[in-house]
Design a protein around this ligand. Structure first.
Ligand code: ADP
Length: 317
């Protein structure tokens, strides 16, 4: 359906266009202000398409962080592996929507795989029988290609990712987003709220400089009506593998995530320790849960997953 109104001036870009109200043809048009604010465009038809596409995905979870480098992608991959390992008949998908730094293909050990596009959409890449991944990383010519995209193109990609991947039946879809609160997050929340967003998991490290940004992230969720399923504090402690001394690499000078969660009345899902073998596994694309199932990090992760599943199930019952 055309978004160009009947009484439009010649060369009208249409109400749905990024140029609506801003193109030279808009000068003098009585609808110019309305179009420039986006109010004339009406609801984006993609919202309905995404709702339909994700109708067989039970829990849709955004993974957010205030800053880059706090371990958001690592936690996403651990949650994916952990959820999939819990039960063979649970299906888990990861959507790597970190458009400027897609790291899931490497972390999950499927770099260089091809995604196939068929009549029913893009097929994700299978990491294991019940864990699938779609990432912008699969669409780049080379893993080192810089992705320097402007806002509209990034939003278009998010829309395409949400509407065109054929996930099949999924119990959990984890969406790894870029750090911060940008236009992409707004788009993702808007599109997903139509499809029934379960909520967000927020990842942080314990120090105040990281928490400062996380408070903004929580505020963002509150404003958009996205439920915070919980906060994961990553790299909380380091236990020396030789002498077993515990050290705080990033000291929680203001009480860490636990105090912040109390102050802001959001659940703390748990704390993950810093473990150099975990970092190595991520670099090599190996499944840390299988490599070190008895490690403190995996024990903590299991508790985090238990809480997350309970929260999601309670919400959907
Ligand atoms: P983000 O997605 O927030 O930018 P990443 O998940 O890419 O961060 O993590 C940044 C780096 O920290 C990676 O090299 C990763 O392997 C490492 N890392 C993350 N969490 C841990 C942890 N708990 N222990 C050790 N290394 C970690």
């Amino acid at each position: 359906m055309s978004s160009v109104p009947d009484n439009a001036p010649q060369h009208c870009p249409g109400t749905g266009s990024e140029d609506a109200g801003k193109a030279s043809a808009c000068a003098g048009c009585p609808n110019q202000n309305l179009c420039a604010t986006g109010a004339a465009a009406g609801p984006d038809p993609a919202i309905e398409i995404i709702k339909e596409r994700l109708s067989k995905v039970k829990h849709k979870i955004l993974i957010l962080s205030g800053k880059g480098g706090v371990g958001k992608s690592t936690v996403t991959s651990l949650l994916g592996h952990g959820l999939a390992a819990r039960h063979p008949d649970i299906n888990v998908g990861i959507l790597d929507a970190d458009i400027c730094g897609p790291s899931q293909p490497r972390v999950l050990g499927v770099r260089g795989e091809q995604v196939h596009n068929s009549g029913s959409g893009w097929s994700p890449v299978y990491v294991s029988d019940n864990l699938s991944l779609m990432s912008i990383g699969f669409l780049l010519g080379s893993p080192d290609d810089a992705v320097i995209w402007r806002g509209p193109k990034k939003n278009g990609m998010i829309k395409q990712f949400l509407s065109e991947v054929d996930w099949g039946d999924l119990d959990y879809l984890l969406i790894d987003t870029p750090p911060g609160t940008s236009d992409e997050h707004l788009s993702a929340v808007q599109y997903l709220s139509g499809a029934g967003l379960s909520g967000a998991v927020v990842v942080t490290t314990p120090q105040e400089t990281a928490l400062l940004d996380v408070r903004k992230e929580l505020q963002f969720c509150r404003k958009l009506g996205a439920r915070v399923l919980g906060v994961v504090e990553n790299m909380s402690l380091f236990v020396c593998p030789n002498c077993k001394t515990r050290s705080e690499i990033f000291p929680a000078t203001t009480g860490g995530a636990a105090q912040m969660c109390l102050d802001l009345d959001v659940p703390l899902l748990g704390k993950l320790p810093l473990d150099p073998i975990l970092a190595r596994c991520c670099d090599d694309g190996r499944d840390f849960l299988q490599e070190l199932p008895q490690s403190p990090a995996v024990i903590q992760l299991t508790q985090i997953i238990g809480k997350l599943v309970a929260t999601c199930e309670e919400k959907s019952s």
